[in-house]
Write a protein that binds this ligand. Structure first.
Ligand code: NDP
Ligand code: 8X3
Length: 253
């Protein structure tokens, strides 16, 4: 098979960055997206030694900026074989009756609308070529609702519904669609959720061995190397210590 091109949103940290690294090693050309230009630049210099890399800096909340950035792709970069819709975060952890409305807007705008804007720009090319694979990063929070997480969970339930809808609508074109739903992964996720409070972020993973971004990236690599006629549709990945969104054993493993 020719070298495939993967476009990864949220490639500046965590799961997206780890996915970029593993796919670079596995012969994918990469289009790396995120807001933080400095991080995109340093990842570009690192990975350009292994593969062809193009970077795009835009905020997925900004529909026009997203459309313009993706429309700027030229030549070989217009052919996106794999779209990893990963950009997203939780903002806050509050009961619904006192939640911060700006946090709600951020989660719905980034995790849901942003994923839709990016997908709307990339999918027509896949359909035209009758080839492609979309991997949406969902969450255990897209399968179970937990206290104080109603809006983040709603955004990830939406990702799950959009994934199912994509699979139906893209079936005729032969586009593969997968949702990868992790449990607790130690990245910048909790730092963002708790607005930079490092102690509170660290406490989320106290007494257990959480997943790493590399664990998720390795599963994405596996999904992308299955035979052409095989699709892994839904993959839930939990650390050994986690049994559900709310049941976590803090016994040291
Ligand atoms: P990180 O905070 O480490 O990474 C989030 C990424 O999303 C960053 O690259 C960030 O880039 C990007 N991003 C955030 N907001 C925007 C925006 N407005 N526009 C463009 N890019 C944006 O967290 P994770 O790696 O853990 O999260 C990645 C995905 O995994 C998310 O969808 C998250 O919901 C999901 N997930 C995470 C879990 C966890 O426990 N960590 C578990 C289950 C799912 P930048 O700031 O440069 O724009
Ligand atoms: C991230 C996992 O459980 O913090 O999606 O919501 S959780």
């Amino acid at each position: 098979m020719d070298k495939r091109t993967a476009l990864i949103t949220g490639a500046t940290s965590g799961i997206g960055e780890a996915t970029a690294r593993i796919l670079a090693k596995n012969s994918f050309n990469l289009i790396l997206c995120g807001r933080r230009k400095d991080r995109l630049e340093s990842l570009h210099s690192e990975l350009a030694q292994q593969t062809d890399v193009h970077t795009l800096s835009f905020d997925v909340r900004d529909r026009k900026a997203t459309e313009d950035a993706l429309a700027s792709l030229e030549g070989k970069w217009k052919t996106v074989d794999v779209l990893v819709n990963n950009a997203g975060n939780a903002h806050g952890l509050d009961p619904i009756q006192s939640g911060n409305v700006d946090d709600w807007d951020a989660m719905m705008d980034i995790n849901v609308r942003g994923l839709l804007y990016v997908s709307r720009a990339i999918l027509p090319g896949m359909v035209e070529r009758k080839r492609g694979h979309v991997i949406n990063i969902g969450s255990i929070a897209g399968q179970e609702v937990y206290p104080k997480g109603a809006v983040y969970c709603a955004s990830k339930f939406a990702v799950d519904a959009i994934t199912k809808g994509m699979r139906l609508d893209l079936n005729e074109a032969g586009i593969k669609v997968t949702v990868v739903s992790p449990g607790m992964v130690e990245t910048e996720f909790s730092l963002v959720r708790f607005k930079g409070d490092a102690d509170r972020a660290k406490a989320v993973y106290a007494g257990l061995k959480p997943l790493t971004a590399d664990d998720i990236a390795e599963v994405i690599r596996y999904i992308l190397h299955l035979p052409d006629h095989v699709v892994l549709t839904d993959v839930t990945i939990l650390p050994r210590a986690q049994a559900s969104a709310t049941v976590v054993h803090r016994g040291g493993w």
